[in-house]
Ligand binder design. Structure first.
Ligand code: CDV
Length: 307
């Protein structure tokens, strides 16, 4: 029997620092309702979908920083989203900032959770490629994720979502080939990604015209070379004075853009992903079992010479 998964990408416009969690959750619930009305079975929201992208600010005060984090998921203010998922029978992947005190220490992660169509937690991913620095430096776009987040400690897990193998990734992860390869080797059929990408970088203004190209290029290559569907949700528009790129999309295992947003606002795009296309693409070029053999890799390593 043919296998499909109808995927919704829920892009958000800017989430200003002045917005309350309740206002933001209202917007996410409205997007989820639109996705369900379009018969989507799963929805993906952006990275840090509950708050402004705060690593653009250098903050000292723990209370000020931790106001951007969630200690429990669902918490009091986010529970409505989980209830909406159960009522609408559509699961979601949600990016947020996680405060983990379970070990007795305070740990902070840039996290994405996968939730089922019954509103129940399925699995968690913590961002592995944390970009930026710990202190602002002159002449570069302030991006302080390393000040606020530890490296993820959960690897690249792949989860069962209603019989479909689903992996998660966050923003900068999407630029690195190992993200897709790890998820592909773990059997992922669908990769859900959330991101926040500034339109301009002070350190490389001459590359400004390539920002959208460099957004789509690695995701299309990752989808093609690992024969997975990729669905990526951006935060977009002018958020607290910084322009975010948008460009949310759904990409087929052929590398083709199957659906793309047309705004920098709250917007839902939906595509019925043909999961059988994965096997077709694998047969053409990327049969891992046949071609990714240890003897072949040994030869490649030998010929590469000393590092
Ligand atoms: N949130 C991110 O991970 N942003 C990074 C850059 C711009 C620092 C990105 O790769 O889009």
């Amino acid at each position: 029997m043919a296998r499909h998964l109808t995927i919704a990408v829920c892009q958000t416009g800017p989430i200003q620092r002045s917005a309350t969690r309740a206002e933001t959750v209202d917007r996410l619930v409205a997007l989820l309702e639109r996705a369900a009305a379009a018969k989507a079975e799963v929805a993906v929201f952006p990275e840090m979908a509950l708050t402004s992208f705060f690593p653009r600010w250098e903050m000292e005060d723990d209370a000020e920083i931790e106001a951007f984090f969630e200690e429990a998921m669902p918490g009091q203010e986010t529970r409505r989203l989980y209830e909406a998922a159960a009522a609408l029978k559509i699961g979601f992947a949600l990016g947020y900032s996680e405060l983990d005190r379970s070990s007795g220490k305070t740990r902070r992660y840039n996290t994405m959770d996968l939730v089922g169509p019954d509103g129940k937690f399925i699995g968690r991913y913590r961002k592995m490629h944390i970009p930026g620095g710990t202190e602002a430096s002159a002449g570069t776009t302030t991006h302080l994720e390393r000040r606020y987040f530890e490296l993820g400690d959960l690897g690249f897990p792949v989860f069962d979502y209603c019989g479909v193998r689903v992996g998660l990734a966050l923003c900068n992860d999407r630029r690195w080939p190992e993200t897709y390869r790890m998820l592909g080797l773990g059997g992922a059929e669908v990769v859900l990604i959330g991101y926040n990408t500034p339109l301009l970088l002070d350190e490389a203004p001459s590359l400004g015209h390539l920002r959208m190209f460099h957004n789509h290029l690695p995701m299309q290559a990752g989808a093609y070379q690992n024969t997975v569907w990729v669905a990526a949700a951006a935060k977009a528009g002018n958020e607290d004075g910084q322009q975010l790129i948008g460009g949310s999309c759904i990409i087929a295992p052929t590398g083709e853009l199957a659906a793309q947003v047309t705004s920098l606002d709250d917007e839902v795009i939906v595509h019925r992903a043909d999961l059988d296309l994965i096997a077709v693409c694998r047969k053409v070029n990327f049969d891992f079992e046949l071609y990714r053999r240890p003897d072949q890799y040994r030869l490649i390593a030998e010929r590469a010479g000393p590092l």
